[in-house]
Write a protein that binds this ligand. Structure first.
Ligand code: ZN
Length: 295
């Protein structure tokens, strides 16, 4: 059977107001993590963030992106993964990225998690939840409980090379109400609780869903491909350089002959020459070429 790696699969239960999403990441995750020399624990941490960002991004009704970002004053000061409506992921961790731990979330202890929804056209929305004890799945469940009318539950796993996730989310009450609605929801969640992290990582999504929900009628939608792709650009890099004082730009140019900005998320380098001293000239200046660093 095809493994369906780097895909997200949406499904609906027949007769029950619950939707679901299943994700499995492999090469896209490896590409994302290969940009920095992370420890195995940090790879696992970012793997779970990536699965979660993909699962939540499927809620996007407009062109845009979901950004899942945790900050702490502990070992990892920043962990961020974003997923766009096109299925492009990118991410980074900062701080002591070589740190190991049996519990990846302990590297962020005492911090908080922000979930940002950015639309290409329109408003930006951000909600924040404290990172108290528990897994990322627990934190997200608490987040949805406090900020959304409809419950959502997550199951996440990552071994640092692959990551997987399952999400169930309540839909507005249409097919059942009150106690019957709660009973259906609890039943589907209880079944999902039976899955182990190993099964979540190893089983193809369709096999996983059949194992859990063979007594239900489940509609599967065509899988969405997920890939590692950065949003950095020459224009954005020029904007960043424009913020430097002229004296600093002159110093760097005198010393190095050019100003190079390398994106930490994908390794692409953008080189600029003396045109950066004329703010209007940056974008229009001849392209000096873009070098991609291979890791
Ligand atoms: Zn980039």
């Amino acid at each position: 059977m095809e493994m369906l790696t780097d895909t997200s699969l949406r499904f609906l239960f027949d007769g029950i107001d619950v939707r679901g999403e299943s994700v499995k990441l492999g090469p896209a995750l490896v590409d994302m993590l290969g940009q920095q020399p992370y420890s195995k624990t940090v790879n696992r941490l970012l793997g779970e963030f990536a699965s979660a960002a993909v699962l939540i991004s499927n809620n996007l009704k407009y062109e845009g992106r979901i950004i899942l970002q945790a900050k702490s004053s502990h070992a990892i000061t920043l962990a961020m993964v974003e997923c766009s409506s096109e299925g492009h992921i990118r991410g980074i961790a900062q701080g002591d990225i070589q740190q190991e731990s049996s519990d990846p979330m302990s590297l962020l202890s005492g911090g908080h998690l922000a979930l940002t929804i950015e639309r290409d056209q329109g408003q930006r929305y951000q909600g924040i939840v404290a990172l108290e004890k528990g897994s990322l799945a627990d934190v997200l469940e608490a987040y949805f409980a406090q900020s959304e009318q409809l419950g959502a539950k997550f199951w996440l796993a990552s071994d640092g090379q692959t990551s997987a996730g399952l999400m169930l989310q309540q839909l507005p009450a249409q097919l059942s109400q009150g106690a019957a609605r709660e009973e259906n929801w609890n039943h589907l969640c209880t079944l999902a609780e039976t899955i182990s992290s190993t099964e979540l990582l190893d089983l193809p999504p369709e096999t996983l869903l059949f194992k859990l929900y063979h007594e239900e009628t489940v509609t599967l939608y065509p899988p969405t491909p997920i890939l590692f792709k950065c949003r950095c650009s020459r224009e954005r890099s020029a904007d960043t350089i424009a913020l430097l004082p002229d004296s600093e730009k002159e110093d760097i140019l005198a010393e190095l002959g050019e100003i190079t900005l390398t994106c930490e998320l994908c390794g692409t380098s953008y080189c600029f020459g003396p045109e950066v001293l004329d703010p209007a000239g940056v974008i229009n200046a001849p392209q000096k070429g873009e070098a991609r660093t291979l890791h």
